[in-house]
Design a protein around this ligand. Structure first.
Ligand code: FAD
Length: 397
């Protein structure tokens, strides 16, 4: 008789690894099936909130943090806004090491180079078949196999997907270029329709990339090469890796009687920021919780409450932002109350609803301060106008 696991998890990314970790801690018999050799490269900027990680996991991530972010830099054509970030809030990781750090803490079996091909759901169990013809049985199944999820296809979920796309390259650069971006995560808007480019600093290189909500309409490769060229980052000879980004579209069925989809497989990427690691981890945690409670419906309820509701508004805000970038840049990105709120958003402390309230609530104060500061600049001088901004705005260094 083949061994019956409590849970088989397909995919060893952050979603699958997190679910496996929390299930293992609850003494569930877990098997993770990962098609790649571990640790595996994943096309990803690797920006993540360290505050979120520390709140989520009892073990440290210090050894796999490449760099800590001190400033978020937003660029729109000739305009730039720099937002100071509290130390220890946001960091950059390389995903092979980062994902391995979670997997290393899993109490359970991990089978690498094991590609899942078929899944069958029976009344009393799940049967998972690999490409090599091995069959595993379990009570529950977690589909954590990313944007092109085989599990989703096999159990008949997520037939309609919203696949945005990103291209990423790891670029060794001269020391002076690396220094220019030290501690700064840069986001460049206005160069690609419904998307943005980024430059993220790693220990000894830069991760650069471009993402767009409707990738079919734009030449992502050329735009990336061109814009990076202007920044003094040459992509000549670089290997550009493309990958789909399953951004949230709408609330939909992501579970059955015995199976749950998590992370990219469930289409949970933030529709505004393109961020997905935090959502993958959050959903992996909720999946484990629901299985431990033997209440799979709890999973859908938690995802709806903690992720979808906020994402729905995020979609609307993204659409407004990308259609009116200039005005949004002036009223939202430049507004320090809101830009600090953005750090709260990526660390799971604020939803898009709280962001919207922050935006609307702070607008009169922001416009008042800016009017006074501009008047002082005109009549007295720049330094004096900055004085008033420093007094009123929070955490502006
Ligand atoms: C260009 C780009 C930049 C990004 N930058 C960021 C960023 O800076 N910050 C951020 O938060 N998010 C970012 N994201 C999103 C983020 O990478 C994903 O949301 C995140 O990796 C989702 O995690 P996951 O565990 O759901 O899936 P994945 O990380 O994709 O893991 C899925 C795993 O399943 C395995 N697998 C797939 N099929 C099978 C199979 N049939 N059998 C067995 N195993 C299988 C894969 O090998 C993989 O290891 C970016 C994405 C892209 C494309």
């Amino acid at each position: 008789m083949p061994e019956i696991y409590d849970v088989v998890i397909v995919g060893g990314g952050p979603a699958g690894a997190t679910a496996a970790y929390f299930l293992g801690e609850s003494e569930k018999r877990v098997l993770v099936l990962e098609k790649e050799t571990l640790p595996r490269y994943k096309t990803c900027g690797g920006g993540i909130s360290t505050r979120f990680l520390n709140e989520m996991f009892p073990f440290p991530f210090d050894d796999v943090l490449e760099t800590k972010v001190r400033t978020l830099s937003y660029v729109l054509k000739d305009k730039m806004v720099q937002i100071p970030v509290n130390p220890g809030e946001v960091a950059m990781v390389m995903r092979d090491q980062f994902d391995m750090n979670i997997l290393a803490h899993v109490k359970g079996d991990i089978s690498q180079r094991t590609k899942v091909r078929h899944v069958r759901e029976f009344e009393d169990r799940i049967s998972v078949e690999t490409e090599a013809g091995e069959v595993f049985q379990s009570k529950y199944l977690i589909g954590a196999d990313g944007a092109n999820s085989v599990v989703a296809r096999e159990i008949g979920l997520r037939r309609e997907k919203n696949l945005a796309a990103g291209i990423e390259a790891e670029i060794p650069v001269p020391v002076e270029v690396l220094r220019r971006f030290e501690g700064t995560a840069a986001f460049i808007f206005g160069e690609v329709s419904l998307g943005y480019l980024w430059v993220f600093p790693k220990k000894a290189h830069l991760s650069v990339g471009i993402g767009a909500l409707r990738p079919g309409k734009v030449d992502l490769r050329n735009t990336l090469t061109q814009v990076m060229g202007v920044l003094g980052i040459s992509l000549e000879g670089a290997s550009l890796q493309g990958h789909p980004l399953p951004v949230f579209m709408r609330g939909e069925q992501i579970s059955t009687e015995r199976s749950l989809l998590v992370g990219d497989a469930a289409g949970l990427v933030d529709p505004f920021t393109g961020e997905g690691i935090r959502l993958a981890i959050t959903s992996g945690y909720f999946a484990a919780k629901a299985i431990i409670a033997e209440d799979l419906q709890q999973y859908a309820r938690n995802i709806a409450r903690k992720i979808w509701r906020s994402h729905q508004l995020g979609r609307i805000l993204a659409s407004v932002f990308y259609h009116y970038p200039q005005i949004c840049f002036e009223l939202v990105v430049r507004n320090p109350f809101v830009s600090q709120g953005f750090v709260g958003l990526v660390s799971n402390r604020l939803s898009y609803y709280r962001m919207l309230m922050l935006m609307l609530g702070s607008l009169p104060v922001y416009l008042g301060v800016e009017t006074v500061a501009n008047l002082i600049n005109f009549m007295v001088g720049y330094n004096e106008s900055q004085q008033i901004r420093r007094i009123v705005y929070p955490n502006q260094g």
